[in-house]
Design a protein around this ligand. Structure first.
Ligand code: NAP
Length: 482
């Protein structure tokens, strides 16, 4: 009979689960029970890491018996059906008060559904977004748990012990109830898509317009990584650009097929934002740019089409590089601002009480979008908790304002030169749209009223109105229109 010697368990021992289990085992006071559907992975983990003192189990009943009460298990299995199968199995062997944490990349609406179903059994279900990839799982990820406040009390010390640490603070906080954690993780990934696309556009301009080679651009990114752009993604970009292919001697970036893949979290972000009516245009462009890159037949069919472009003559290379840097920083601020808008809208829609400043804090280390300027986001929300747009906080407004001439030169220059910069350009358009005193939306309302009697409001008096377009074109109050 298995003794309940473990205080925490992990189900799913592929790359993420085994690294997370090792991370847990390395922390003082933890004994970790492990289970994987096929026993081979469990055996491999035990053989390779005897120091971890894992309690290996061969079925769910044995796994449950190995855990002290209240039992706490983190699931790290294939998202979707795999997760559902494990939850079903665990609810059979767990008891009320026990906690099941799904650390996989679940869609937040699935988490809401699962939390509701599991809660009926008296077992706590917590959807926790975990960012940082394999290395993060092992050394300290950024963790975004949802679920009940009651479950958080038990989970807090465990998750704090394995999370990344930024300026002495663990990168984990209770995000909100049910699916809040996976929602915020999804937005994190959406911002990641935008960040990567912006960096790629910056690289493309430096290469094609600036005439710099990958190694030179690597040096520029390394230099940028010492300033306000300092971030993990900028840092690894320099590393990727410096890499030389052993077989051909060419820069690795030149031998990698230019078709970007995606696992779907960017698309989830955009779909959710569409449902919430939040313009996450930078993130959407980043997702679509990957889709466009992965359409070889369409690209081949279109490759001979005319460019109608003008050559972009760079007279001062340093100023050009600085223009690109500023355009990148301003566009990045837009991407984060849009991401936080989506978080605010999601919190409102799903009834989550989310501390925006705390989210920026837990993204400072461990996760893929970790960056120096996240501190500025925390500060902005601390100063103005009801800030309506991150972009308008003094630090960001100044940064974007200062970047404007550069940003416009880069977007306009790229358009004239025929170089695609969807994320730079859409971010600038978004900024111009937000700050516009008047938008052509007035004309759209007129069109809608024309063909669908959708009515409109006026700038000069209260009420809702309709023009009798197919009649004498007089205006009537909407109350009288039908
Ligand atoms: P994975 O390839 O997504 O999944 C493989 C694991 O799932 C194996 O342990 C497999 O067991 C198990 N599994 C699949 N279907 C199952 C079922 N019906 N019942 C029981 N177990 C089942 O593993 P991963 O790459 O380590 O990722 C784990 C989770 O973390 C996923 O949700 C993934 O999306 C997420 N993830 C996150 C990050 C990140 O940066 N946060 C990175 C990668 C992945 P067998 O060995 O028996 O097949």
């Amino acid at each position: 009979m298995t003794q309940p010697t473990a205080n925490i368990g992990v189900v799913g021992l592929a790359v993420m689960g085994s690294n997370l289990a090792r991370n847990l085992a390395s922390r003082e006071g933890n004994t970790v029970a492990v289970y994987n559907r096929s026993y081979e992975k469990t055996e491999t983990l035990l053989t390779e890491h005897p120091e971890a003192g894992f309690v290996a189990t061969q079925d769910y009943a044995e796994f449950a018996a190995a855990l002290q009460k209240p039992r706490t298990a983190i699931i790290m299995v294939q998202a979707g059906r795999g997760t559902d199968a494990v939850i079903d199995a665990l609810t059979e062997v767990f008891e009320p008060g026990d906690i099941i944490v799904d650390g996989g990349n679940a869609l937040f609406t699935d988490t809401i559904r699962r939390e509701k179903a599991v809660r009926e059994t008296g077992i706590n279900f917590v959807g926790a977004g975990i960012s940082g990839g394999e290395e993060g799982a092992l050394l300290g990820p950024s963790i975004m748990p949802g679920g009940s406040a009651e479950a958080w009390v038990t989970l807090k010390p465990i998750l704090e012990s394995i999370a990344a640490v930024a300026e002495g603070e663990p990168c984990v906080t209770h995000i909100g109830t049910d699916g809040a954690g996976h929602f915020v993780k999804m937005i994190h990934n959406g911002i990641e898509y935008a960040d990567m696309q912006l960096i790629a556009e910056g690289y493309d301009l430096l290469r094609r317009v600036g005439g710099l080679d990958p190694a030179e651009i690597a040096d520029i990114f390394a230099e940028w990584n010492t300033g306000e752009l300092e971030s993990y993604l900028i840092e690894i970009t320099a590393e990727v650009l410096r890499q030389v292919d052993a077989e051909t001697g060419k820069p690795l970036v030149d031998v990698i097929l230019d078709q970007a893949g995606a696992k779907g979290t960017g698309a989830w972000t955009v779909k959710s934002a569409l449902d919430l009516g939040v313009p996450v245009s930078g993130i959407a462009e980043a997702v679509f740019a990957r889709s466009l890159s992965s359409k070889p037949a369409q690209r081949t069919a279109s490759s001979g089409m005319p460019a109608g472009a003008e050559e972009w003559q760079v007279t001062d290379r340093d100023s050009f590089i600085e223009d690109v840097r500023r355009a990148l920083f301003a566009s990045k601020i837009v991407a984060y601002s849009q991401g936080f808008d989506a978080i605010v809208a999601g919190a409102e829609e799903f009834g989550w009480s989310i501390e925006k400043g705390d989210i920026a804090k837990i993204w400072r280390a461990g996760c893929i979008i970790r960056a120096r300027f996240l501190n500025r986001i925390t500060e902005a929300y601390a100063e103005q908790p009801d800030l309506v747009a991150l972009l308008t906080a003094p630090y960001f407004a100044d940064a974007v304002g200062g970047a404007l001439p550069s940003w416009r030169r880069v977007v306009a220059g790229a358009a004239l030169a025929g170089i695609p910069t969807p994320a730079f350009a859409s971010s600038l358009s978004y900024y111009d749209g937000l700050r516009a005193d008047r938008l052509p939306a007035a004309l759209i309302q007129g069109q809608r009223d024309f063909f669908g009697a959708h009515t409109y409001k006026r700038v000069d008096k209260d009420g809702t109105f309709h023009t009798l377009w197919s009649g004498d074109r007089t205006e009537v109050s909407a109350a009288d229109a039908h």
